[in-house]
Design a binder for this molecule. Sequence first.
Ligand code: GTQ
Length: 353
Amino acid sequence: MSALPRTAPATSDGRAAYYERIGRQNMAPLWESLHALVPPHPRPKAVAALWKWNEVRPLVMQAGQLISAEEAVRRVLILENPGLPGSSSITSTLYAGLQLILPGEIAPSHRHTQSALRFIVEGQGAWTAVNGERTTMHPGDFIITPSWNWHDHGNATVEEGGEPVVWLDGLDIPLIQHLDAGFAENHSASTQAVVRPEGSSWARFGHNMAPVRHRVTDPSSPIFSYPYARTREALDALYQRGEIDAWDGVKLRYVNPATGGWPMPTMATFMQFLPKGFQGKTYRTSDATVFSVVEGHGTARIGEQQFRFEPRDVFVVPSWQPVQLASVDDAVLFSYSDRPVQAALNLLREERL
Ligand code: GTQ
């Protein structure tokens, strides 16, 4: 056993000088930061926040007059958490942005190791191409762009019925940044070759069936568009059959039909229905969650704060903050989080109060 004295240097002056000396050797005293480094429960820097669609929409549309999709590559307004300034993050691991594509525009093809989800907020006519297949976007659709898949976005011309289209981009950018595992490249062509007709991946995997010789080689879902009509139908059918949870309302998670797992390895996505007058019980979970309101009005009580939400608003719940959801009329909420990462690392904790 060591005979060294257990006491720290006696005076705070002595300590300050000592910290200065060790600092020059790129060392620091753990005992000053232990509590913050190993907190008794999550202490996120991210805070609860709400982006009101009626305030945000005109600003998104103004971006359409300032820069083309071609020049911008991705014409997106980042939704940055006020507790994480300068980080381009909505939570410590997740990114959110509102992307605008005008009629006739192309957002050129590229790929990156970051996984992306698109949740369509407004407008008709746009498409996205992933892995050789295009899909038309409709409000409420959930679309994935898995890691390292070529993807380009486009929109029909006005004559063809194209409207300005806005979607919520959810990416794992901050997580990949923490891991220093970001790679990206541009395609040689602005749009990738389309090799399969629209609807092919849905025909193969969208009906609780799979091609007989399909082998799982990819952790991401072979379906890259989950249409809102199907999601809404499922929520409605469950509600009609009395499947209501006191905390969540009727809540489903999106699945990779080939594995039963998450659509992508780093982000979980959910859709939930809160019937008119629903008063949810309080819960908290360690996966900070971003919500996009699809239908209805209501409130999200997050910690001590109360947020009123309307269709197309976006709000974020930090890790471990108590949440209580309530609806004025029938409401539908889309959400995403880093749950697959926390679950894989056996870190996920939930409390239903
Ligand atoms: O559409 O590929 O909001 O690469 C941020 C980074 C969208 C995209 C974003 C991206 C994209």
